[in-house]
Design a protein around this ligand. Structure first.
Ligand SMILES: C[S@@+](CC[C@H](N)C(=O)[O-])C[C@H]1O[C@@H](n2cnc3c(N)ncnc32)[C@H](O)[C@@H]1O
Length: 274
């Protein structure tokens, strides 16, 4: 996964904060961080959608699968009062995310866990909601993934997923770029995706196609990054800037090609816990 530019030198967020006048010991607010700690598309607007879909309210226990630096988890906890478990596979992201949460004074509301959704048991039926922003695309074993999600959720709990799907058959080059630059080893078409979610015990599955919005978003992200390239080279380092450029450019080109699609999926955990 570290072949992917987004996950290299994740400490660069400290340089972003320093450039905004926030030193390593300054207390932070969630809004100090949101320009830098959202690794999905459309920033906190997408997390607002998640909060609405989950019916997030004070005290609701929400599992964030693939939490990254914890940006969506902190924002959701602060804006809704939900108690969020931020599950993250990569130890460096998890550790830094926990430090940022502490600096925001949110450690009672966001619990960081370094682990793997495929294998970690977070407690059967424990959570009243789940969000997962651009994490599923990293995971090939969808049966195991969705059944572990179902296991962790209480009956009636809602899920909110933002993810990729195969909109039209990918070329071999696109598949190779996705696997190498985006660490995405597998993509189902939409019908297959929905049946995988249903087979794991979810009902009321609703899908919104985000492809057009995300195609624009990733093109603008690349443009903004390239406009700031000189400044960012000073702020980070040339290697970090080169690997981020490659990542942003690959994603923009894949969406522009029309075969990569994006979805927002909501569903409800059915039945009893197993
Ligand atoms: C594109 S990032 C998004 C991070 C965060 N959701 C956000 O929007 O800012 C996807 C994250 O999923 C994590 N991830 C991938 N596979 C995972 C797994 N099996 N269990 C837990 N986290 C995983 C990655 O390490 C990465 O940090």
């Amino acid at each position: 996964m570290k072949s992917m530019g987004l996950y290299n030198n994740v400490e660069r967020i400290l340089a972003d904060l320093a450039a905004a006048g926030l030193g390593p010991d300054s207390p932070l607010t969630v809004s100090d961080l949101t320009p830098f700690d959202q690794y999905h598309y459309e920033g906190t607007v997408a997390v607002d959608e998640a909060a609405f879909a989950l019916g997030a309210t004070s005290g609701l226990e929400v599992l964030d699968v693939g939490a990254g630096l914890g940006g969506p988890a902190r924002y959701l906890a602060e804006t809704s009062g939900a108690i969020v478990t931020a599950l993250e596979l990569q130890a460096d992201l998890d550790k830094l995310g926990a430090k940022l949460t502490e600096r925001c004074g949110l450690a009672e509301h966001v619990h960081h866990v370094n682990g793997d959704i495929l294998t970690d048991d977070l407690g059967a039926g424990r959570f009243g909601g789940m969000m997962s922003m651009l994490c599923v695309l990293h995971i090939a074993d969808r049966d195991q993934l969705f059944s572990r999600c179902a296991h962790a959720l209480a009956p009636g709990a809602r899920i909110f997923i933002e993810d990729y799907y195969e909109r039209a058959p990918m070329t071999e080059q696109e598949k190779a770029d996705l696997a190498h630059d985006v660490s995405c080893p597998y993509l189902p078409d939409l019908e297959t995706y929905v049946s995988q979610v249903a087979n794991a015990g979810f009902i009321d599955i609703d899908v919104t196609d985000m492809t057009h919005d995300w195609t624009d978003f990733v093109a603008e992200r690349l443009g903004a990054f390239r406009s700031a390239r000189t400044e960012l080279t000073d702020r980070y380092n040339p290697a970090t800037v080169a690997s981020l450029d490659r990542f942003y450019a690959t994603v923009a080109s894949l969406f522009d090609g029309g075969n990569l699609g994006g979805i927002r999926l909501t569903a409800t955990r059915a039945g009893s816990n197993s």
